[in-house]
Design a protein around this ligand. Structure first.
Ligand SMILES: Nc1ncnc2c1ncn2[C@@H]1O[C@H](COP(=O)(O)OP(=O)(O)OP(=O)(O)O)[C@@H](O)[C@H]1O
Length: 939
């Protein structure tokens, strides 16, 4: 176990932090005066305790750091008094400044002690546990604190070094001052000597220049002149000696300078070495810090989190196992299983809660880690700034060194130019003062840094407290979790126990069931025997039943055949009756038609359309009588005239209503009659609309064919039919096939078989199978018909169109054959040439149309007058309709009229024509039926 306590017990002037383990106790002692840390083992502390007690009894309280720094402070003290020392003494003093002195600081002692402790811990741990002993977070914090202190000690060392350099600088300055003083004195001396020499020389020169009297002057030098010369020679010799002495001095100064240069160089190297060491130390610290962070500290918390997660996982697994167990025990009573499920749910939610709280704690830890990282980073920053400062100091020092040659130069030139030397001296002083100022500011900076360090210490302490609090909390949580796990384990065991009990009960009940089944199995053989006898008797019964069943079926068949024969007889009677009924219906139908007249004339009034409401004569002059379906009244020039026809359709009459009226005629075609239905009227009165109609609202043609096919379908049990279709147009008295693409000109000829029937060679006749087919044929015929736009009709049919449908029927029972023919004719519009404005080709068309219509009128007239000769051959139209318009045929004419005043003339003409037709009697219609053989005339 590790523990931390602050013990002011035996050290009244220092704070003591002790790291206590099972094996050893280490003390970190912080001197309150010098703020210098040192590490002591237990023995050291014992010794120290004794010595301090002794010293405290003597009334003296020494500082540990003071002791540790005795040497450096001593050297500082000696340097402060070095002003009065000689050069030799100063050199000795400099030589005492050992760059490796830092190794003897308390911090170095601590480091060596710590390494020793680490080594011992490692060896002991490996011996005891055979592995690594995990470091407590407290130890990690301690080591962080110590690394702080270590760096602080480095800073102090740097300060001391700076102090040393300052004192050295001061010494050099004093030495230079002394040298300058000596030089000045020697210079003055030499000046005096020179002045005296100059004075003696001047005297000599004056003496030589003075004219001498007597012979003595002419014969040899005077004794004064010789003495001056002698003095001159002497002074020259003195000057030479002086010069050589000065050279010697200069040489010695050179030597001194070189020596000092070398010293400086050595010191610079030492400084550099120290800086390198410091850097290495910092790197080591950083590595150690990262290692610690990886192994302990933050990782420790992470390990705990991992540990808790693993525990959580194991809990989850146990929960899964419990769930599996619960599923296996699903046979347990519903109540207990639901209870277990509930418990399971609560346990799961509890585990989730714990997981979430763990997650929160993990987050808190990570926040703390971030915070500590931040403070670490700040510390590193601080360290870096200090390094930079140190570098600056180094640079300044180097600069100072670089200034030496200037001083040398000054020394050299001092001999000749004294004022210049003085000026440089003054400048050097100023620089010195500036340097002093800088030094003072640096000292100030150092003090500030100290302050900051103290603040960071306080912060570290706060962080340490926080870490401790978090650890306590984590420990609490861990205990809670363990408690919860224990609780869960108990519950799980209880559930397992309950499940085991329940399964035991189940086993018991199963055993009982098994015993019961065994008993029942023992009682089964006699039952099986009785069942076997029953089965044998049943088999024999079944065999007898099949014989009985065969006889019964044969009897039933006989009875059925008798009944069927009776039924078929009855059916024959019914069929006969039905045939009679059909014949009767046909007879009545024919009688009805005969009563109505053989040519039926219907009138359809065209409604007034939007396009008709243009121009003059828009008044409606045609009216119908609602009480009389046969009457139509036309108002012309103030006079009204009533026409009586078979049927008059109102303008609003539909296509279906019109067809209903002629439907009996179409039906008679199936029965072998020749029927002709044609539309007559002025151009644009609605003939094509009535016959062909539109796509949405088809006219008589399409509806008649549809009706034919529907009738044939109804009679298919008794009759088979084949339907052939052909279509021609008569344009300008020329016959053209509307179902042929080449549009070849056709001719009407007598059938060479001698029956007197007409026949058109080359006409395309198409057999139609169903109604869809006929639609296509009608569309083709419509496309091929010639139409042009006229003043009366934008899409006027300029030809007579004839659609011929031949229906050949065969009675399936009697073999009788019928041949009916239905001619559906859309006549070209009658028009007044002057009114339609036709000319050229249109005029020719109109003339032909009118001519053929006139021929039709003539035929009608002849038929009406029962003339022996009917002029059918006067036109192609009448010639072609000969077998449908003649006697024994059924004909219906739809007269189309316009109700407008402007067409009243044509309306009158049409109605007059219709009335004439109305009076035509064709005689009773004859059925074209061959009861013995094929209908030759129709084939
Ligand atoms: N009962 C009606 N209801 C609605 N529109 C009609 C009716 N009768 C005729 N029309 C319309 O009147 C116009 C002329 O009719 P249609 O072409 O049938 O006359 P037409 O007598 O055949 O003329 P043409 O002899 O010149 O061929 C057509 O657009 C047609 O749709």
């Amino acid at each position: 176990m590790y523990g931390l306590h602050i013990s002011p017990r035996n050290i009244p002037v220092s704070w003591c932090l002790s790291v206590k383990s099972d094996r050893f106790i280490s003390y970190l002692v912080l001197d309150v005066y010098s703020f210098s840390p040192c590490i002591l083992s237990q023995n050291d502390m014992e010794t120290r305790h004794v010595s301090m007690e002794t010293q405290s009894r003597n009334g003296h309280t020494p500082s540990l750091a003071q002791r540790g720094f005795d040497r450096s402070s001593d050297s500082g003290g000696s340097s402060s008094d070095s002003d009065g020392l000689s050069d030799e003494e100063e050199d000795d003093d400099d030589g005492d400044q050992d760059p490796g002195a830092a190794a003897s600081t308390p911090l170095a002692a601590f480091l060596s002690f710590k390494q020793e402790a680490d080594r011992r811990t490692g060896s002991q741990g490996s011996l005891e546990h055979g592995g690594k002993v995990p470091e407590s977070p407290l130890v990690v914090v301690m080591s962080h604190l110590l690394s702080f202190l270590e760096q602080y000690a480095h800073l102090q060392q740097l300060q001391q070094q700076a102090e040393r350099y300052r004192s050295q600088l001061e010494q050099r300055r004093t030495r230079h001052r002394r040298q300058v003083r000596a030089l000045r004195a020697s210079y003055r001396q030499r000046l005096r000597d020179k002045n005296s020499v100059i004075g003696s020389l001047e005297e000599a020169m004056v003496q030589q220049a003075t004219p001498r009297g007597g012979d003595a002057g002419e014969y040899g030098p005077e004794p004064g002149f010789q003495a001056g010369l002698h003095r001159l020679v002497e002074s020259l010799c003195g000057l030479q000696g002086e010069r050589s002495r000065m050279c010697g001095e200069l040489h010695s100064l050179h030597c001194q300078l070189e020596q000092s240069e070398q010293e400086r160089h050595a010191r610079g190297q030492a400084c550099q070495q120290q800086i390198e060491e410091l850097k290495k130390c910092i790197e080591e610290r950083e590595e150690e810090l990262s290692r610690l962070r990886a192994e302990s500290g933050v990782t420790d918390s992470e390990k705990r989190v991992v540990c808790l997660t693993a525990e959580n996982e194991s809990l989850k697994q146990s929960l899964t196992v419990t769930q599996g167990l619960l599923q296996q025990l699903s046979v347990l009573p519903a109540q207990s299983s639901s209870m277990l499920l509930k418990e399971n749910e609560t346990l799961r939610s509890r585990v989730q809660q714990l997981e979430s709280s763990l997650h929160q704690r993990g987050e808190q830890l990570s926040r703390l880690e971030r915070h500590s990282e931040q403070s670490e980073w700040q510390r590193c920053e601080e360290l870096r700034r200090r390094e930079e400062r140190l570098r600056e100091l180094q640079l300044e020092l180097d600069k100072e060194r670089g200034k030496e040659p200037t001083v040398k130069y000054v020394t050299r030139t001092m001999e000749v130019e004294s004022p210049a030397t003085q000026r440089q001296l003054a400048e050097a002083r100023e620089r010195n003062e500036l340097l002093s100022d800088k030094l003072s500011t640096q000292s100030e900076t150092c003090r500030q840094l100290e302050k900051r360090l103290r603040l960071s210490d306080v912060e570290t302490a706060g962080l340490q407290q926080k870490i401790a609090a978090y650890e306590v909390e984590i420990e609490k949580l861990r205990r809670e979790l363990l408690k919860e796990i224990g609780h869960l384990e108990e519950r799980k065991e209880e559930a397992v126990r309950a499940a085991a009990e329940c399964s035991e009960q189940q086993l018991q009940s199963l055993r009982q069931q098994f015993m019961g089944l065994q008993k029942r199995l023992a009682a089964l053989p006699p039952t099986l025997r009785s069942v076997k006898t029953d089965y044998a008797s049943l088999r024999s019964q079944v065999r007898n039943f099949s014989d009985f069943y065969g006889a019964a079926v044969a009897e039933a068949k006989k009875q059925l055949s008798v009944v069927i024969s009776e039924m078929s007889e009855a059916n024959k009677d019914l069929l006969e009756k039905y045939r009679k009924e059909v014949a009767l219906r046909r007879k009545y139908h024919e009688q009805l038609l005969e009563l109505k007249g053989n040519i039926r004339v219907l009138c359809r009034v065209k409604p007034v359309l939007r396009e008709d409401q243009q121009g003059d004569g828009q008044a409606v002059v045609v009216t119908t009588d609602p009480d009389n379906e046969s009457a139509i009244i036309v108002l012309q020039k103030g006079k009204s005239r009533t026409f009586e026809l078979d049927k008059v359709f109102q303008p609003q009459a539909t296509q279906e209503e019109v067809f209903q009226e002629i439907e009996p005629l179409v039906t008679s075609c199936i029965d072998g009659y020749h029927v002709c239905i044609f539309a007559y009227g002025q151009t644009g009165s609605g003939k094509t609309y009535t016959m062909e109609g539109t796509v949405e609202n088809p006219g008589i043609n399409q509806r008649a064919l549809k009706h034919l096919f529907s009738e044939m379908e109804d009679k298919k049990d008794m009759w088979t039919y084949s339907v052939n279709v052909s279509s021609v147009e008569i344009y300008n008295e020329v016959l053209r096939d509307l179902l042929s693409k080449d549009g070849e000109k056709l001719d009407i000829k007598m059938n060479p078989d001698g029956t007197g029937q007409l026949h058109v060679p080359g006409l395309r006749v198409i057999e139609v199978k169903n109604f869809k087919h006929i639609k296509k044929i009608l569309a083709m015929a419509k496309r091929n018909r010639i139409t042009f736009g006229t003043q009366m009709n934008h899409n006027s049919s300029r030809s007579h169109a004839l659609l011929t449908i031949t229906v050949l029927g065969t009675d399936l029972i009697s073999g009788a054959k019928t041949c009916g023919k239905l001619n559906l004719v859309d006549l070209a519009g009658s028009e007044r040439v002057w009114k339609s404005g036709a000319e050229g080709e249109r005029l020719k068309e109109a003339q032909n149309i009118n001519r053929s219509l006139l021929a039709l009128g003539d035929v009608i007239q002849a038929l009406r007058g029962r003339q022996t000769h009917v002029p059918f051959r006067n036109s192609r139209l009448t010639y072609l309709l000969q077998d449908s318009l003649g006697k024994g045929n059924k004909t219906a004419m739809v007269v189309q009229i316009s109700a407008l005043e402007r067409n009243v003339g044509e309306t009158m003409c049409s109605l007059k024509f219709a009335q004439r037709v109305c009076k035509v009697e064709l005689g009773p219609a004859t059925q074209k039926i061959d009861r013995t053989a094929l209908c030759e005339q129709c084939s």
